[in-house]
Design a protein around this ligand. Structure first.
Ligand SMILES: Cc1cc2nc3c(=O)[nH]c(=O)nc-3n(C[C@H](O)[C@H](O)[C@H](O)COP(=O)(O)OP(=O)(O)OC[C@H]3O[C@@H](n4cnc5c(N)ncnc54)[C@H](O)[C@@H]3O)c2cc1C
Length: 545
């Protein structure tokens, strides 16, 4: 075993947006910080890459401020050049462009056009969305106080925070009452299953109703950094190095010796920490942590947390198809904005992605390829696609006269894993890519028929492999009745604590629902905890979340 020979006041494992945020705050505070990342570059699921002169976003396609990202950037003194990332919604041959609150009316008209018999139900849905938009205005109505200097910024406390608090508490009560899965919630008043699907099939399974129904607000909130989403990560990386923080890439942590405060990497090199922030997959943390030498009560708490995390599953994953097209962005602009949720059939997925898929996976060994491909036909015809066109947001991101598309949809990790086990993953991926391209070119983008230069894709297995995310999850844990982590915003402060001494957690696995803003928030909260360096830390067991 070799030692790196250095003791760091804080080591952060995981250079995704959570780890980068924590490192930026801790290096600013003068701590001796080392950020360790297993890949050759940082950013995790906030990442852009270039191929053949086309720039694509590998993870999140656009960002939502959520009262978090801009306050963090401001607090860090980072200027990020951004543009709005307007959203279009489409069903079959009808497309609407979300420009502001009035677009909710257009959304109503769109739904009524396809489901005229359900007008009353649609009106109810619209009424609920409108109400939730008001709640969202409160929730994200002020800059998140976590990023404000509450000791000095009296104006913020008296003019903004204090008047906002009662509204926030009132709103939190309303939100908590809408915690049931959106599928079940809609069943209460939308009878037509196709209509329910069109409203909600692009959300993760069992997404809490409030979160799903708040999406209309989020559509208005999306922005895009010029140069690609990865610019957000780049800005934090620059800040960390500027402030004297160290970043070590191509280094995968393979063991944590919790009692000795030691980490080991894949080359058997060890690193000593006073505090550790784990900003990566939590199943991995507990799998590789050696608790030998810790007190019995701490070992027991750690064992409980380990069991809980290992019993739980990561949430839905995603399949992304990247397409290089010999057609100028203007042709695509005439159809929809560069961030587009498109459903080619009003039929809806029904049980295709639920009971039928579960059945296919559990009887996989008895199913022949023809059966699986027939399911794939249906799945691709009835699905909802998130289509991102970076060149429509920033023309610099494509070669002249050409367009890059990212077509993605939620995808089940277990299916890809089974197909891989059966030895035909490459064939399956190519069958899937061809079906998606034919569905999209037969419907919304006919120019894809003969203008594609090349295409390639990332599967849930690629995500697992790249960021070490259990089940290829992109926003942490699957939604279920009892979450293994804190899922109430008013308790988010405790989300970064672990039962392990001097070890904190941050990122998508530490709070639900997660995403870029919560990863940033937990990164900051973990940094704050380290700085407080409380002698007596109160650990909130995950079951109490
Ligand atoms: C297609 C797609 C669309 C999305 N859309 C949205 C959206 O609209 N809104 C939204 O808010 N979010 C969205 N997300 C989710 C969001 O991008 C992630 O939840 C967020 O970026 C997670 O950040 P993180 O830092 O917590 O984790 P990650 O980005 O997973 O970072 C973890 C890092 O840790 C590293 N690592 C793991 N194990 C080790 C180890 N043992 N040693 C060293 N390093 C290690 C990984 O390589 C990785 O860089 C989307 C994601 C994808 C993929």
């Amino acid at each position: 075993m070799n030692t790196s020979g250095k003791n760091y006041s804080v080591i952060i494992v995981g250079g995704g947006i959570a780890g980068l945020t924590a490192a930026a705050y801790l290096s600013r505070a003068g701590q001796k910080v080392l950020l360790i990342e297993k890949n050759s570059e940082c950013g995790g699921l906030v990442n852009s890459f270039t191929r053949d002169g086309f720039q694509f976003d590998a993870g999140v396609r656009a960002l939502e401020d959520a009262g978090i990202i801009f306050p963090m950037l401001k607090d860090m003194g980072i200027h990020l050049d951004v543009v709005k990332s307007p959203v279009s919604l489409g069903i079959e041959n009808e497309i609407i462009h979300i420009e502001g609150l009035d677009s909710l009316h257009e959304y109503r008209e769109l739904l009524v056009k396809f489901f005229p018999e359900s007008q009353e139900e649609i009106d109810k849905v619209i009424k609920i969305i409108r109400k939730i938009m008001k709640h969202m205005d409160v929730l994200y109505g002020i800059e998140n106080p976590v990023f404000k200097d509450l000791k000095r910024d009296r104006a913020f406390i008296f003019k903004k925070l204090l008047p906002w608090l009662p509204k926030f508490i009132f709103t939190i009560g309303k939100i908590n009452r809408l915690n049931m899965p959106v599928e079940d919630y809609l069943k209460n008043f939308v009878k037509n299953p196709s209509l329910r699907d069109i409203i909600a099939q692009h959300f993760f399974k069992n997404t809490p109703a409030f979160f799903a129904m708040s999406y209309f607000s989020l559509y208005l909130d999306y922005f895009y950094p010029r140069g690609g989403v990865g610019k957000l990560a780049d800005a934090l990386i620059n800040k960390i190095t500027e402030q004297g923080g160290e970043i070590l890439t191509n280094t995968k942590i393979t063991e944590v010796k919790a009692a000795k405060c030691l980490l080991t990497d894949q080359n058997n090199i060890t690193y000593e920490y006073s505090n550790l922030i784990w900003a990566a997959d939590l199943k991995t943390l507990y799998r590789i942590t050696d608790t030998e030498g810790l007190s019995q009560p701490v070992k027991a708490l750690s064992e409980d947390a380990k069991n809980k995390f290992l019993r739980n599953r990561g949430g839905d994953s995603v399949f992304s198809l990247f397409v290089e097209v010999d057609e100028p962005p203007e042709s695509f602009r005439k159809i929809a904005h560069g961030h587009f949720f498109y459903t080619p059939s009003k039929t809806g997925l029904g049980e295709t992605h639920r009971a039928e898929l579960d059945n296919l996976i559990s009887n996989f060994d008895n199913a022949d390829r023809a059966q699986i491909l027939a399911w794939l036909d249906k799945f691709t015809r009835l699905n909802t696609y998130e289509i991102s066109i970076p060149g429509l947001k920033d023309p610099e991101l494509v070669p002249p006269g050409k367009t890059g598309l990212i077509i993605s949809f939620l995808a089940e990790y277990d299916l890809f894993n089974k197909v891989k086990g059966a030895g035909w993953l490459d064939e399956f991926i190519s069958e899937l890519e061809n079906r998606v391209l034919s569905v999209i070119s037969d419907s919304v983008y006919p120019m894809l028929k003969d203008k594609i230069i090349t295409h390639f894709s990332f599967t849930p297995l690629s995500i697992e492999n790249r960021v070490g995310s259990s089940e290829g999850a992109i926003t942490g844990w699957a939604f279920q009745e009892s979450m293994p982590v804190i899922n109430k915003i008013q308790s988010s402060g405790g989300s970064v604590l672990t039962p392990l001494p001097s070890i904190y957690q941050a990122g998508q696995w530490t709070y639900s629902p997660a995403g870029v803003p919560m990863s940033i928030l937990t990164g900051k909260l973990a940094a704050d905890q380290v700085l407080k360096n409380r002698k007596k830390r109160k650990f909130t067991a995950p079951s109490e979340a």
